[in-house]
Design a protein around this ligand. Sequence first.
Ligand code: TYM
Length: 334
Amino acid sequence: MINDKKVLFSGMQATGNLTLGNYLGALKNWLTLSDEYECFYSVVDMHSITVRQDPATLRKRARALLTLYIAAGLDPRKNCIYYQSHVSGHAELSWILSCFTYMGELNRMTQFKDKAAKHADNINAGLFTYPVLMAADILLYQADVVPVGIDQMQHLELTRDIAIRFNNVYGDVFTIPEAYVGKVGAKIMSLQDPVKKMSKSDENPNGSIYLMDDPDTIMRKCKRAVTDSESCVAYRDEQPGLKNLINIYCACTEKTPDEAVKEFEGRGYGELKAAVGESVVSILKPLQDEVKRLEKDKAYIDSIIKENAQKAGYYAAKTLRKVQRKVGFPDRIR
Ligand code: TYM
């Protein structure tokens, strides 16, 4: 608990162009939860270097992502929005936790298997221990809740296992975090291949809507979305393209799938696709305008970066000192 509130932690990688999946699966839920919890939202730049990055591009993207969090409506004076690399406790706790994580557990992680296959020339140890750093992110702030998309659930389960294992040895050190997964939007699929997750690293740019896509591009991508030949608007697994479009529509309009199906009963897929496109534009256009406005205010963003690194560092150090004592590291001499 911080200030009598439960704690929320979440983060995103500053790698590639963020997609509508990142927004609907994560960021949107951050907004709804931010009043209720004491929130830490990290730009997880340390995770990004598990895949080779151009330094200047990474720096630029990290700042753009931090700005995006604020542009989306998270008040950075209430929510701790910061760079993971500015708080050394993440790396320090990660080391300790790696001594409580089994190789077999990390070997089972599907994201590791996918990324190792994709980057066969660079299967580095960081890619393998990536979930331990993620566990450290969460446990460092004693988070109660972690809003994520479905693809991160396996990492969250591992985080809980590590925390429980540690607590079994040393007593009640870590809060055991719960995942928060939204009803619709937790798994947005590719518009071109609706059995695959919409992803920043998709080679086909028409499969993903990027958060900075202009309205014409968004409309075009929605209109070209792959559906089926049944010509009947329904919400079911057998029509994955349509189900995905309805999920997007519902996540953007706060309607339920039943309401959406009723609305488009007897109407063609074309009308549904246009409505989906418009609902996405209505969410993304204001976000893009706000990003552009904030980008110009360098001093403001800089002040947020500085203040919040200190705030995050304060809470991180509290947990870290406790953990270091528990495992037997010598006390500091003051
Ligand atoms: P990342 O950067 O890949 O994604 C950020 C968030 O977006 C969600 N997401 C999706 N949700 C729905 N549909 C999709 N197609 C989709 N694609 C992505 C992800 O589930 C995630 O919530 N390892 C994490 C970052 C991280 C983290 C953490 C998250 C590092 N430490 C601690 C939570 C807590 C990642 O790579 O997310």
